[in-house]
Design a protein around this ligand. Structure first.
Ligand SMILES: [Mn+2]
Length: 280
């Protein structure tokens, strides 16, 4: 008899022997349009049993690597700063234990908690950011801690020329103007990724994937769908390049399973997570 353990498929190694640690943050407290990302990490664990542990893309298997699934952070709603502190604490502990954190959101603001911890450990960290949205507002509806401001808050910490955005096709005029002087922004697609990879070689890199970078036709399960996105194969090829860099931590955010009754979006997230784990 085995005890009932519910992890992402193939990720049931113990903490001490694991190199990578997954944790979920079921938080969507600042979501402005359609909430629901709080259900993403549980859905990803559930539906992960629908995919294989083996990746034919990489000829690697989750059963051959050591990953600890720490479950979901216990968080309250109503105090965003407290949630971010919990994420920062968790990430900092994992980094101190020489683990690579892979966080499952949640809305995109959760990235800020992780980046706070990563920037303390690796002051020279750079961020690679895939998203439909610039997320560069200084405030949104009077709130500075908002999913719509997350990359701006990361910029507050790490400064100019450290954030590399791809796939961006939504934001207000001010964000796009501000971006010109402070971040690298590739609008609409993944062009120039190869050049960025060369710039970031030998630097510590944080990878954040807002899944709405994908076209809503392949990924409808998200709160703020934005037409004109990239394909799954394009994202897969891109992250394979990004993982040739020194990735010190990563996240995937903004899956909102309830908006895709077909379950395809969750299945896609599971597959992407497997490919990330195998390359991390
Ligand atoms: Mn987005």
């Amino acid at each position: 008899m085995n005890k009932n353990i519910h992890t992402f498929i193939g990720c049931d190694s113990d903490y001490d022997s694991s190199d990578i640690v997954i944790f979920g943050v079921p938080f969507d407290g600042t979501t402005s349009y359609r909430p629901g990302t709080r259900f993403a990490s549980a859905a990803i664990r559930n539906e992960s049993y629908g995919i294989e542990t083996y990746s034919p893309y990489l000829d690697k298997d989750l059963l051959d690597i050591k990953v600890f699934d720490a479950g979901d952070l216990e968080i309250g709603f109503g105090n965003t700063e407290k949630v971010l502190e919990a994420i920062e604490g968790m990430t900092g502990m994992l980094l101190d234990d020489n683990k690579k954190p892979l966080m499952i959101g949640g809305e995109h603001l959760v990235t800020l908690g992780c980046v706070r911890a990563v920037a303390k450990k690796y002051p020279g960290v750079h961020i690679v950011h895939f998203d439909a949205h610039a997320d560069l507002r200084n405030e949104y509806l009077g709130e500075k801690l908002s999913h719509a401001c997350v990359m701006r808050r990361c910029h507050d910490i790490i400064g100019d020329d450290r954030i590399y955005q791809f796939g961006i096709r939504s934001g207000d005029r001010e964000e796009f103007e501000w971006a010109k002087d402070h971040v690298f922004m590739q609008k609409f697609n993944l062009d120039r990724l190869d050049a960025v990879i060369e710039i970031l070689r030998n630097k510590p890199v944080y990878l954040t994937i807002d899944l709405d970078v994908l076209d809503p036709s392949v990924f409808p399960g998200t709160g703020t769908p934005e037409a004109g996105g990239i394909s799954f194969n394009e994202l897969l090829a891109a992250i394979s390049k990004v993982f040739t860099l020194n990735i010190v931590a990563a996240d995937i955010t903004e899956l909102s399973p309830v908006y895709d009754q077909s379950g395809v979006s969750t299945a896609l997230a599971c597959k992407l997570l497997r490919e990330m784990l195998l390359q991390m």
